[in-house]
Design a protein around this ligand. Sequence first.
Ligand code: IPE
Ligand code: IPE
Ligand code: MG
Length: 246
Amino acid sequence: MSSTSVPQHVAIVMDGNGRWARERGLPRAAGHKQGAEALRNTVKACREMGIRYLTVYVFSTENWSRPEGEVSFLFKFVQHLIGQELPELNRNGVRMRFLGRIQDLPQSVQAEIRKAEEKTQHNQVLTLNLMMNYGSRAEIVDAARALAVQVKQGSLDPEQITEEMLAGHLYTADLPDPDILIRTGGNFRVSNYLLWQIAYSEIWVTDIYWPDFTPALLKQIIDEFGARERRFGSIDNSFGSIARAA
Ligand code: IPE
Ligand code: IPE
Ligand code: MG
């Protein structure tokens, strides 16, 4: 595969951990643990393929509605994983960023997040964006508020607000938009993920549950991505001009 067909930015909705566990008669936590293993393998595969940005949905603003036991397990587990994985990710040049309403997470999780971001901030091989307490609508609201403050202060004229300016106030401000959005677990929905940023992303939904996701499947998706024609609202060049057709 030529390196030009490798996408720069892959975003994933890692769904299906609970169903994976239920099918095996295991507690949901076992699905999350196996899901962490799938993420580790995916990060490695992305590095090897030359993908520059991997953005994964870890905890949504709507996931607070889960039973308290699952929510607290997830936070403890993420905290544990950051500590466990940090040295190797750092050695391999992976930069870790946590995007979302981080300020509303438990203090101990915030401390671990700050440490990981600080230690890996200069790494350049792959940027791993972990979306935590993330909701796309909340993100757009936060951006709108930031612009409204500037308008109120008199430093911004509402007429001057552009798409770039709004994008520049999202948590993803300095990232290119995802080329591909992958959702595991078989559901055809976006669940409040990157609504602005996926305007022109290629979408893949696979029935595979996240804990069963493999580097081989990622490679297959990326090969197919290379074959898809992205038109960005334009037309296939081979159609020729409209004048000739008329
Ligand atoms: C995704 O798996 C992980 C999180 C949302 C934290 P789920 O826990 O949603 O698994 P299913 O969808 O119930 O199978
Ligand atoms: C999306 O999965 C959120 C994460 C993967 C973190 P959900 O399981 O929360 O989404 P729904 O409930 O199927 O929409
Ligand atoms: Mg789910």
